[in-house]
Structure formats: C-alpha cells, structure tokens
Ligand binder design. Structure first.
Ligand code: URA
Length: 279
C-alpha cells in the first residue's frame, strides 16, 4: 500500500484519501524530529528512481501514541472550578469552557471547543472520551461514524431524545490519542457542573478513558462494562448511578462485541424505566 507502485500525485492523493477515510489523519514516528533546525540539503545528486514496494508489506500506521502523563494541574483545576461554578445554565457553561485556557488540548491543534448535544433535561447523560476529527470539524460530540452507530443503538433502545451527550475533555486530542489524566482533570470541574445542571438520573460512561476518569479506577473497560457504579462529585454533594459500556468506535472494529454493548444499553433502560415507575 505504501509507497504506492505508481507515485503520481493522483495516486498519492487517492492513498491519502484512503487513510483519511480510515480515520488515520496524523502520522507519528518513534523518534522525535526537531524541525526547528535548518537542514542543508546535500549537493544535488541524481534522484534515485522510485523504489517499488518490497516483498514485506509495510506495517499499518500505528495509532497515535499515548501522550506522557503530566502532573495534575492544580491551578488550572481551581480556575476551572471557579469558572464552572459561575455558570448558571448550559449556555453559560459552554461559554466558560470556551474561555478557559487551562487545558493543554486547547492549543494542541483543536479547531474549536466541542461541548454537548442533546436534551438539556435528559434523564441519561452520556460521557464519551474526547472529540475526534468529525466532532472537531462540526463542534458537536459523537457526530462521526462512531456517533452515528451510537445514535442507531440509542434509537433501537428507545432513548432518542432522552440523552445529553458530552465528553471528558472538550477539545480534540492530536491524532485522536487518548486524553491524559491531566487534560481530563482540567476539564472535570466543567463536566461536574454539566452533570449538576442537567441533573440526569443515570450516567452512561462510553469507553475506557471515560470510565477510568469518572470512576477513578485503572480497571479496563472489558471488566467494568455492564456493572453499576456510583459516580460522586468531588465535593461529595452529588451522586449518580453510572454504567460503563464499550466505545462505539471499538464496536466498529469488533462488531462481535455489539452484543455486549446492547446488553449494557438494555441494563440502562431497565433501570431508567424502573425509576420512572410509580411506587
Ligand atoms: N469518541 C468520543 O469518545 N467522543 C466523541 O465525541 C466522538 C468520538
């Protein structure tokens, strides 16, 4: 696949479109390259003819590597808490998030803030991991392929219009890598305020990075999904039952896991209906 046998601009454009469709929109190498250092080209030599692909297939580009964990930014968290507490409704909260400079993701290549979509008084709040490329382009969470699958599953479970959707961080991490604990911690006061304002009956934690951050655990999502936990706000004033489930992006790669997710959704609906029944 790479390099292409025919390295014309058209072939290269088509290859890039293929990778973009597959969700690969950034490329990383194992060793850092300092591009601030000017490189002098060696004296012009005759360009080697394009090498045809060798017998060994090039490996698939690796997913964005995890960012190194950095210390939890105490000052940024205090700033976020003050800004979040001053927000009297969801519109004010979105403005406060957009004005916040304490999360490193804001200046790491994201185009815009991605806060929420859905019913502001929804009984279910869905918390994903982080916006991806489509969300960054449109400014709304879960609007790409994974989000469309999520919407279809919500519709099948009778939850359309009964959810409020957001993420643990409000800017797209570069290369769609997992957000770091520091990035999630800086955004957490805003997320807590969103939970307080929406006041949902239940939380659905979508994906490992969401479940780990919200439940403060290192356990993997395959062990957590489908089990009820109690999410508590940092001051302990708010408690909401929380159900971790698999991420729809994972389901796109592993369709056989959809059964597990569907069972999780039915577990959620069953508890929601139980809570709504009189007596
Ligand atoms: N994945 C997430 O976790 N959140 C989004 O908004 C989109 C994809």
């Amino acid at each position: 696949m790479f390099p292409p046998a025919d390295p014309t601009p058209r072939a290269l454009e088509s290859l890039l479109a293929f990778w973009t469709d597959a969700g690969v929109d950034a490329s990383y190498s194992d060793t850092p390259v300092d591009r601030t250092i000017a490189v002098t080209r060696p004296a012009a030599t005759k360009r080697a003819p394009f090498a045809p692909p060798t017998a060994t297939a090039a490996p698939l580009p690796a997913a964005a590597p995890p960012a190194p964990q950095t210390p939890i930014p105490a000052e940024a968290i205090d700033d976020a808490r003050r800004a979040a507490e001053g927000a009297v409704d969801l519109a004010a909260l979105e403005q406060a998030i957009a004005a916040f400079d304490g999360c490193a993701l804001k200046t790491a290549g994201a185009r815009r803030v991605v806060f929420s979509r859905g019913a502001p008084d929804a009984p279910v709040m869905i918390i994903g991991e982080a916006p991806g490329a489509d969300e960054d382009a449109q400014g709304s969470p879960f609007v790409g392929r994974a989000g469309q699958l999520l919407d279809r599953m919500l519709a099948a479970a009778g939850l359309t219009g009964r959810v409020f959707i957001t993420n643990t961080v409000f800017w797209r991490p570069p290369g769609n890598r997992t957000p770091t604990l520091a990035e999630q911690a800086a955004c957490a006061p805003f997320l807590e305020r969103a939970i307080a304002l929406v006041n949902p009956k239940l939380l659905l934690l979508v994906g490992g990075a969401s479940a780990k951050a919200m439940l403060k655990t290192n356990d993997g999502i395959l062990g957590l999904h489908g089990r009820w936990f109690e999410w508590r706000s940092s001051d302990g004033a708010l408690e909401v039952p929380a159900l971790p489930t698999l991420h729809p992006a994972f389901l796109l790669r592993q369709p056989a896991a959809k059964k597990k997710s569907w069972e999780d959704l039915l577990t959620l609906v069953e508890r929601l209906d139980r809570a709504a029944r009189p007596g």
